[in-house]
Design a binder for this molecule. Structure first.
Ligand SMILES: [Fe+2]
Length: 150
């Protein structure tokens, strides 16, 4: 079952929520085209986005979890590593396969659905440990370091 962005996914950290929303937006666009109609460029673009996302967003999210002593921090790190490996495997698969349809299916099933589920199951736990601000995602808020857990 596909997970869509909803309020239960909000962590209360505007930067993180904004990045998660961006992930769901990009995923939604990707799903708008059937796997067999996806071009190689669209797949490369998605994998590029996920590589960047993993590099920047994962690191930032891990810092926030550490800062607030979130018990899911270790699990989060382990799953992030697995996701990074999966992205690398898919890049390899795209290089080797002539057709893009199979790769597009695997991206959906092994990466996008999994990441959405990860956000709901692991990332959303941050909400109970991070001080909640009333700033909606999309507006400026203090970065890590300005808050104290408690
Ligand atoms: Fe995460």
């Amino acid at each position: 079952m596909r997970i869509l962005w909803n309020e239960t996914l909000r962590t209360g950290i505007p930067d993180i929520d904004r990045q998660h929303q961006e992930f769901f937006r990009r995923t939604g666009e990707f799903y708008q085209r059937a796997a067999k109609h996806r071009t190689r460029e669209e797949i490369v673009e998605m994998l590029d986005f996920l590589t960047r996302y993993a590099h920047e967003h994962f690191r930032e999210e891990e810092r926030w979890m550490d800062l607030h002593g979130c018990p899911a921090a270790e699990q989060n790190r382990v799953e992030h590593e697995e996701i990074v490996e999966t992205v690398a495997t898919l890049r390899e698969m795209l290089r080797e396969e002539g057709s893009t349809e199979g790769v597009a299916h695997v991206i959906e099933q092994r990466l996008l659905d999994w990441l959405a589920e990860h956000i709901a199951r692991v990332d959303a736990q941050l909400r109970d440990y991070a001080p909640q601000t009333s700033v909606p995602a999309g507006e400026d808020a203090p970065g890590p370091g300005g808050f104290h857990a408690g």
